[in-house]
Ligand binder design. Sequence first.
Ligand SMILES: *Cc1c(COP(=O)(O)O)cnc(C)c1O
Length: 416
Amino acid sequence: MITLEQCLFWDQEDELKHLRNEFSLPEGVIYLDGNSLGARPKKALSYADYVIRQQWGEDLINSWNKADWWGLPIRLGNKLGQLIGANPDETVVSDSTTLNLFKVLSAAVKIQAEQHPERKLIVAEKESFPTDIYIIEGFIDLINQGYRIELIDGVTGLDQILSTDVAVVVLSHVNYRTGYLYDMAEINQKIHTNNALVIWDLCHSVGAVPMALNETNSDFAIGCTYKYLNGGPGSPAFLWVNPKHLQKFWQPLSGWWGHQKPFDMAQHYEPANNIRRYLCGTQPIISMSLIECGLDIFLKTNLEKIREKSLKLTDLFMRLMQQECAAYGFELVTPTEHAERGSHVSYRHAHGYEIIQALIARGVIGDYREPEVLRFGVTPLYVGFEDIWQAVQQLKQIMQNNEWKNEQYLVRAAVT
Ligand SMILES: *Cc1c(COP(=O)(O)O)cnc(C)c1O
């Protein structure tokens, strides 16, 4: 039996608890949606003021040099690289995850077309975040070279398909709905043994799970900065390329920011000889600048500590759900094995949508994903053990009182 007192004790013992002060969260809110939109670092407000007032307002166009706006995608990439096991100058912050997938997919397919031209299959998962599938479909249609997409079911599906003519595999390191976590090293090896290349979508794992892109010999990776990294709504995404692939190809969104000598204003494209070739055009500097506020908080601790707390919190959530809410028909869809779990916990329930709305009305913010899935994201930088206790208690009351049946909770918002 887990008690509130036990949870309070765990909070007291928590080595990361002081990091909660780095964030601004509304009073009385338990925020379990940091895997969708991270909370605001307190510093983001004064830093936005500085970037807008000083860099833009006072220094104007000089800021391209004086504030090194030009170098921002690489500078941030280097900070972020420390969280994904990248070496310096292998990562850029730029554009969106969706666009970055297009760039690295083009690169991966082009590399394979030269080395293994008979391989025409691009593999994604049935459970992929839809944008990944849509981009693959759009890319296949655009190049019109006989490529096909095949959607698989997890590791078993991967094992089966790898014996065929697979060129590239696109996988989510942590699944956005179930929270399933792949073993990156093992999967990379499998894929490479079968002469395919891998693209990792890190949206739901970056900042939540330690990883070693280089050490595990990954090929390409993309991910966003507005979820666990707390970069702000729509903040630019990132992209990592294994240095062994870098010079083999320049991506087709060959804009002037990726040119070797952008200010020569040359008539023809010549790709930069470094990771800058994955840039495209002028970046949203204000939004991009704020990413640093979130990254700096991560650099005050390390991902091993974050992971340890994350697993304790997700364990606690699962145990409390069993202890307090077993009677209400929630079906756990997140793996119970630590090695297979990211940093959120999901349950399936036929009335998931209404239940989440009722929870939000009580100040416990989780979210809902079709079909019927309630998601609870755990961000160890600002979520504590008592928060988990309170969240499950609120959920229990909503179920006990049938509060979710209130018809206002049936109304679907435009964004769910
Ligand atoms: C959130 C998320 C995205 C988002 O892509 P955007 O280009 O930022 O809209 C992509 N892939 C996965 C797996 C995600 O979870």
